[in-house]
Each structure stands twice: as C-alpha cells, then as structure tokens.
Design a protein around this ligand. Structure first.
Ligand SMILES: NC(=O)c1ccc[n+]([C@@H]2O[C@H](COP(=O)([O-])OP(=O)(O)OC[C@H]3O[C@@H](n4cnc5c(N)ncnc54)[C@H](OP(=O)(O)O)[C@@H]3O)[C@@H](O)[C@H]2O)c1
Length: 339
C-alpha cells in the first residue's frame, strides 16, 4: 500500500529546525465499566458536554471558528517534513471497549488533538485494545493523523505478522518503531524493507528508561533511523546527557514519552500553586509547564503525553503554542519547581 502523508496542520506555522549539534510498559488497566463506576461515567458526561461546547475551535453560540494560536512545528530531519510539537500517547487511555463512554471520550480526545493542530498518535500492540480503538476513531478522519506504532515481539515472522495486524487495525502506519529495542537486530531490516516499499514512511526505536540508554546509544550510532522515542521529563533528565545530543547530531527526530512521568510527576506537583512566572511563559497549568519544559529542548521534535481525557488533551495542545523559554531559564528554576 503506498504511503500517504497528510499535510494537515503543516503550513503557515512556525517551524523550528534543531541545530545540527547540540517494562514500564507492562502495567495494564482494563477499561472502566461505566456501570461499575457511575462517578467516572458522570465525569465523562460532563467532560464531553464541556468539550463539545468549547474545545474544537467553535464558539458554541455563533459556530464561528475560534481564533487559536498556531501550534509550533519542527522538522523531521531525514525528510524535511514538519511535525506539530504535541501529539497523544495511547497507553492505558485508549485501551477501552467500543460502545462505552470512555470510547466516546476518546473520539473527542482525537478531535481535540487535530483541531488544536496536533497530528501524532502513538500506539503499540503492547497497549491492549489501543491500536484497535485508535484505528476505529481515525477511520472517520482518514489521512488526518500521523500514526506511530511499534513492533513488540521476537522473531522476523512474528514481527511481520504483528506489524501487518497493526496496519490492519490502524488503517495505516507512518512511523514503525521497535518497542523497547526488543529484538531490534531482527526487526530493523524488515522495517527498512517496508520503508523502501512505501508501506511505512519512517522507522525508529523506542525506550522508556535510562537503564537502556547504553544500548539505545549504540543503536542510534550504528543504525540509520528517522526517529527515536525516549522518556524525558522535568524530573527525568538523563536523556539530556547523551541521547538527545546524539539524536540531534545524527539528524534523528525525537518523540518524547512519559513527559509527566507516567502521571506521577503531575500528581506530585498538582496540589501546589503554579510559580508566579508561569503566566509570563504562557502556562496556566502544571501539565503545560511540564510540556513546555520538554519542548524547550532543541533536539525534541514532538511530545506525546498520554491521555484519555478530552479536557486534558485541550490543555496539552495549548502547551504547543507560543514561545518557549531557553535552557538557561529552566536551569535557574528546576530545583525550585521540584522543591
Ligand atoms: N517504551 C515505549 O515505547 C513507551 C513507554 C512509555 C510510554 N510510551 C508512549 O508515550 C506515551 C506517554 O507516556 P505515558 O502515557 O506513559 O505517561 P505520561 O504521558 O507522562 O502521563 C500520562 C498520564 O498523565 C495524565 N494526563 C495527561 N494529560 C494531563 C493533563 N493535562 N492534566 C492532568 N493529567 C494529565 C493521564 O491521565 P488522563 O488519561 O486522565 O489524562 C495519564 O495518567 C504513552 O501513552 C505511549 O504512547 C512509550
């Protein structure tokens, strides 16, 4: 199947090209049954009503498009394509059953991402029903998202079967990553072949923990890759030492996973007031502050905070707009923030 690239959200906005130098995974939460959890169901109903009125570039009374600042864009160095800086992760949040309120909320999450100028949706066969959910939702919006997923198994044939299933579920895959470097030596030749055949556009590898950085670094040095996906957050900055500079040096685009430390960092900060300088950098919530921090690194191409909540998605896309403080600004404040 020939690759199709969507140009959505990719014109007339700010493009930032980084200078040339510079298993968590296995936790699983089953879908919350709304009958078993009426409080959550009520919350989702309220959220959907609120988001329906305000979050999709519409003024509820006039139906006129709302003026919203354009999302910042960055360049994928291997092709020169540009990418909006905020995407959405699907781990846990998208592992829900169709026909539930949670599933309806995810339609709104995706709508909010796209309406806010974002495009990247990241999944994996590791994430239960997430690929199927994302695929069902994206079927109504063909070509609008940049779809990233992963191969997460051992062996060539098993990898091929899994990736074919992912494409079937998702409709298309733009970026195929080797999840947590699992059997990467076997999978990368297949990924390269698929890229040459136009079945996928980009190839990459992912990991989520500094314990894997030695191997990750070796792979980034030895292989020609379009993307690396790695963890990076205000309290999780090991990637700054070697991985991010190396990616910049090698022209590899960076997707940032776990920008909220899997949610733990947000919980830790959540009850504190925002610093008084937050508004000066266009930040009105802790989630936006944490995303602005991540995006301030020049090697970062796109952050993919995971959410199943449309209000959170709306907040997250806002963080992709406006100016970004430089590293000196953050250096002077990180200790104060983490306290
Ligand atoms: N090895 C790998 O390849 C790897 C490993 C980890 C993650 N990933 C990818 O990276 C994505 C992001 O990582 P993650 O989901 O583990 O962690 P994360 O993005 O750091 O945090 C997700 C958590 O933050 C909450 N959240 C999101 N936006 C929020 C907001 N505006 N306000 C308050 N809470 C908010 C979410 O809850 P709600 O749903 O309630 O918003 C969820 O509990 C994953 O979804 C996955 O696609 C890949």
């Amino acid at each position: 199947m020939p690759f199709q690239w969507s140009a959505d959200g990719c014109v007339g906005q700010h493009v930032h090209t980084p200078p040339p130098k510079v298993s968590a995974g296995c936790r699983r939460k089953s879908a919350v049954d709304t009958v078993q959890n009426p409080g959550r169901a009520r919350f989702l109903r309220q959220t959907l009503a609120l988001v329906g009125a305000t979050a999709f570039g519409r003024n509820a009374s006039s139906q006129e498009p709302e003026r919203r600042p354009a999302m910042n864009l960055r360049t994928i160095r291997s092709t020169g394509q540009i990418l909006p800086v905020i995407g959405c992760g699907t781990w846990v949040g998208f592992d829900v059953a169709e026909g539930t309120l949670e599933f309806d909320a995810l339609r709104e999450v995706v709508r909010t991402l796209l309406a806010g100028g974002g495009t990247v949706l990241d999944s994996s066969p590791m994430y239960g029903r997430s690929e199927a959910t994302a695929g069902r939702i994206l079927a109504d919006r063909p070509g609008k998202a940049v779809v990233a997923t992963k191969v997460w198994t051992s062996g060539r044939e098993a990898g091929i079967r899994q990736m074919e299933k992912s494409i079937e579920l998702l409709g298309k895959v733009d970026l195929m990553q080797v999840h947590n470097l699992l059997d990467w030596k076997t999978h990368l030749p297949t990924l390269r072949q698929w890229k040459a055949e136009g079945r996928i556009r980009y190839i990459g590898v992912s990991h989520y923990t500094p314990g894997a950085y030695l191997e990750l670094e070796a792979v980034l040095r030895a292989e020609t890759l379009d993307f690396v996906q790695v963890n990076y957050a205000l309290d999780d900055r090991e990637a700054e030492n070697r991985i991010l500079p190396l990616a910049a040096d090698r022209g590899i685009a960076v997707l940032v996973n776990r920008p909220f430390g899997g949610g733990g960092l947000l919980k830790r900060l959540g009850n504190r007031p925002l610093p008084d300088w937050a508004r000066n950098v266009g930040v009105t919530s802790w989630s936006q502050l944490l995303l602005k921090f991540v995006l301030s690194h020049p090697a970062v191409t796109c952050a993919i905070p995971g959410t199943g909540n449309p209000r959170h998605m709306a907040e997250n896309v806002e963080a992709g707009t406006g100016t970004l403080p430089d590293s000196g600004f953050w250096k002077a404040r990180i200790d104060g923030i983490l306290g």
